[in-house]
Design a protein. Structure first.
Length: 181
């Protein structure tokens, strides 16, 4: 696997509204554990669409991994100026990720026009990657269900890997850390 698409819940879907929320540490821990093994097996690129939450936290994990490994991050937004309606703190966070990414592109070269741009984003990201790591729990529906559905559909006719991470995985990381303290 050379290219991995990482996605999952948006910050508010976890109930996370502050950048110092303790849950972020466990999400990033799980992402880093999985990502490190993929990188050691030859992963070269991680692609995200730059959504607040899982995707931008994954970008931070990629930047940590870059200290030890040769891996690249691409932020491929569905449309131009996706951060336009975000608050200043979220926009600054997003811009800090964009500034360090190896590639920044937009699928549509125009601002938001319709939900079809988001559907096309899922298709594009899946078609351009060898697999997807997704934080998604079918018990708690949310925005990742669309990417998961697209990946499952694509996998019917293509060799496509899906690596789901659930709330149980996040809970296990939190418990593991508490036991080691």
């Amino acid at each position: 696997m050379k290219v991995l698409y990482i996605t999952g819940y948006k910050a508010y879907e976890y109930g996370i509204f502050k950048k110092d929320h303790p849950g972020i540490k466990y999400i990033k821990k799980v992402l880093k554990q999985r990502l490190t093994s993929f990188i050691e097996d030859g992963l070269e690129w991680i692609i995200i669409s730059g959504q607040l939450g899982t995707e931008l936290w994954a970008a931070e994990v990629v930047f940590e991994c870059k200290k030890e490994y040769d891996v690249k991050l691409a932020v491929i937004t569905p449309y131009l100026n996706q951060e336009e309606s975000w608050n200043d703190e979220n926009r600054e966070f997003y811009q800090s990720i964009i500034a360090k990414a190896d590639l920044v592109e937009s699928i549509y070269k125009s601002p938001y026009e319709s939900p079809s741009q988001l559907k096309m984003k899922n298709m594009f990201m899946i078609h351009k990657s060898d697999g997807m790591m997704i934080i998604y729990d079918e018990e708690k529906e949310g925005s990742p269900k669309f990417a998961m559905a697209e990946a499952k559909k694509y996998r019917l006719e293509h060799d496509y890997l899906i690596f789901p991470l659930t709330f149980d995985d996040l809970e296990a990381a939190a418990q593991e850390e508490q036991w080691s303290d």
